[in-house]
Design a protein around this ligand. Structure first.
Ligand SMILES: [Cu+2]
Length: 198
């Protein structure tokens, strides 16, 4: 009986072990796989959640980035200020150049031939530089006219066909009017031109 029991137990053990051995790994593998997959899924989910959480954190950081961007805007403003400063420097340099040119041109004698006739001067605009000695040969083609520049003390009486020369130093900058100072007809009041001293 004992041998039978032993045999039965052995057979039972073998049978159980034989049955359990193939079952157990399957049972173990599947749950393990599932568990691992689920675990991975869960871990991925948790990672995603963590990433989402991290994304939310960058949102806060983005709020912190706004001041940084404002700082960048300030940098651009600084750049603009630098550009403006450079422009000012360039303008100053240009002004210096203009002043230098003016200083160089100052001793120049500028001569113009102007024709007067009812009721215009030709050319009607004369441009010189400050300090220039201006010589204007004025000739009337028709009737008596005058040629006056109040600011420079010029006032000439023009006889038809006779060239009259006026001369003055353009010692002040500005836009001035030269005009007819002798009554010459209907358009006399509007008979004028422009002297520009730069
Ligand atoms: Cu006139």
């Amino acid at each position: 009986m004992k041998k039978l029991l032993l045999l039965l137990t052995l057979v039972g053990i073998l049978a159980l072990s034989g049955c359990l051995e193939p079952d157990l790994p399957e049972v173990e593998e599947l749950p393990e796989a599932e568990v691992t997959e689920e675990g991975e899924d869960l871990s991925e989910d948790t990672v995603i959640v963590e990433e989402e959480g991290e994304v939310e954190v960058p949102d806060d950081v983005v709020v912190e980035d706004d001041p940084v961007e404002e700082v960048e805007v300030d940098d651009s403003l600084l750049v603009e200020e630098e550009a403006a400063a450079e422009e000012q420097v360039e303008e100053a340099a240009q002004e210096e150049e203009v002043e230098a040119e003016t200083e160089v041109v100052t001793p120049a004698v500028r001569t113009f031939d102007v024709t007067a006739e009812q009721w215009t001067f030709t050319p009607s605009t004369i441009k010189v530089n400050e300090g220039d000695t201006v010589v204007i040969n004025v000739t009337s083609n028709d009737v008596d006219h005058g040629f006056k520049i109040t600011e420079f003390g010029v006032d000439a009486y023009l006889k038809p066909g006779i060239t009259t020369t006026v001369q003055f130093v353009a010692d002040q900058k500005g836009t001035f009017s030269f005009f007819c100072s002798v009554s010459c007809g209907l358009g006399h009041a509007n008979m004028s031109g422009t002297l520009i001293v730069e």
